[in-house]
Design a protein around this ligand. Structure first.
Ligand SMILES: [Zn+2]
Length: 442
């Protein structure tokens, strides 16, 4: 809300009342994408159109595309250009790539006033890097996480143009609708964000269509996957894709836990709204990575991080957050959900946490964690233990109500540390001041 602000930009606000935080913009985004992949899915090219609205009083003079796919390689070298390139921009005037070729400013032809829509369109060229990563490959399998450029967010802090953080996520985007047409060799299976279906294309080719509503990103993968599909008791279609050499026991465990997690978290945090989720498994992928409706999972005999990654569907996906400025809001919450799912004994786990010093906060940004990589695990370990302690402090029933209510209040929106602390405080008669202090939550 922007109550109190007049059209001229002057602000009248009652004394003693905080002005509501400035709305994030551009919002109500719609992405229309067509891409065509080469014979083994290493290169993709196509056209992307993005339409958006200015949600704020401030005229929108520009937008920024984030090319997160260039996060690792930056601007490349003369012989090896950046993996993601944008050209033929329409609907605005592109500036130079900045933030190590992960940000492109596009000046709009005229300032967009509040409530008005505009759109930009551009060609996109994507080369999948030669590394096993969320945007990368393993053997014949290609992972296209963060490959499609998405629009940056502007809010009270200005434009969010943070750098890429390889150890975690820097990504911050608003809920968007995607309509994507992926043209690929028919020998490749293509799991993708959203509800997808595949039809025959030109000879030897197929077209996978995907529609996704209210998601913050769009990812796909491509390769000669084996597949299976099941529907959870709660009605969610769980599609599994695995490389043939993935340990069979791990695939079984991942499929079972994935189906159970989606239903369990639907009960705990609110019904999974996307209808479908894809579990993409290979043996050597490092850990797991979450995208809306699609998770990448390194899968051994022991299984995978499927439960943690499925929990991210709520904590990051449905309930968004600025993952650069407050990574605990997605990682600690997902790991707490994971610990509860597996029934881990979390009593006393906080006391096992080695805290480097008094200044370090659980709520620190990726700028801190990227500079102190050896401490980043705290967001998972200490973070989930802190939430388990919060559960013990306010009681299990109050904690369950708090999380469900909080998810509802921020559904498709943005969670902040301030908002969560306020919601938690209102869920209990106890003063949580000492609790936040003890748990380094600021
Ligand atoms: Zn995570």
């Amino acid at each position: 809300m922007t109550a109190g602000a007049t059209a001229a930009g002057a602000v009248t606000e009652p004394r003693g009342e905080a002005r509501p935080p400035e709305t994030a913009t551009p919002d109500r985004l719609r992405y229309d994408v067509t891409v065509r992949g080469d014979a083994d899915g290493s290169h993709w090219s196509g056209r992307q159109r993005v339409s958006f609205r200015n949600a704020t009083e401030r005229p929108l003079r520009e937008v920024y595309l984030r090319l997160w796919g260039n996060g690792v390689d930056g601007c490349g070298t003369p012989g090896r250009p950046s993996p993601v390139r944008v050209s033929n921009v329409r609907g605005g005037d592109p500036g130079r790539l900045t933030v190590k070729c992960t940000a492109l400013r596009i000046t709009l032809p005229k300032p967009l006033t509040r409530g008005k829509r505009a759109s930009i369109a551009f060609d996109v060229s994507i080369t999948v890097p030669e590394r096993n990563d969320r945007f990368g490959r393993e053997g014949a399998f290609r992972f296209l996480g963060n490959a499609l450029p998405v629009l940056a967010v502007h809010d009270a802090k200005g434009w969010h143009l943070d750098p890429y953080a390889p150890i975690g996520e820097s990504f911050y985007s608003l809920a968007s609708d995607f309509q994507v047409r992926i043209d690929h060799p028919s020998t490749l299976k293509v799991p993708a964000t959203g509800r997808s279906w595949t039809q025959a294309g030109e000879p030897g080719r197929a077209i996978t269509h995907s529609i996704a509503h209210q998601v913050r990103d769009f990812a796909w993968a491509a390769g000669p996957f084996r597949t299976a599909s099941e529907t959870s008791a709660g009605g969610v279609r769980v599609k599994s894709y695995w490389a043939p050499n993935t340990p069979a026991a791990g695939v079984r465990l991942t499929r079972r836990d994935g189906v159970n997690a989606i239903d369990r978290f639907s009960k705990e945090f609110g019904r999974y709204p996307y209808g479908e989720i894809d579990l993409v498994m290979t043996e050597k992928f490092g850990g797991g990575m979450e995208y809306p409706g699609l998770v990448l999972l390194g899968t051994t005999d022991e299984g995978s991080a499927v439960v943690h990654e499925v929990a991210h569907q709520w904590w990051y996906g449905i309930v968004g957050n600025d993952q650069y400025s407050a990574p605990w809001l997605d990682e600690s919450f997902a790991q707490y959900a994971n610990a509860r799912f597996y029934g881990w004994d979390t009593r006393g786990c906080w006391s096992d946490v080695y805290w480097p010093n008094d200044r370090t906060a659980l709520t620190d940004s990726m700028a801190y964690w990227a500079a102190h990589r050896d401490q980043y695990h705290l967001v998972y370990t200490a973070g989930s233990c802190a939430l388990a302690d919060l559960e013990r402090t306010i009681g299990a029933a109050a904690m369950a109500r708090l999380l469900k209510r909080y998810a509802q209040d921020h559904w498709y929106g943005v969670s902040t540390t301030t908002a969560f602390k306020k919601a938690a405080q209102s869920a209990t008669g106890k003063d949580l001041g000492p609790f936040w202090k003890q748990h380094h939550i600021r």
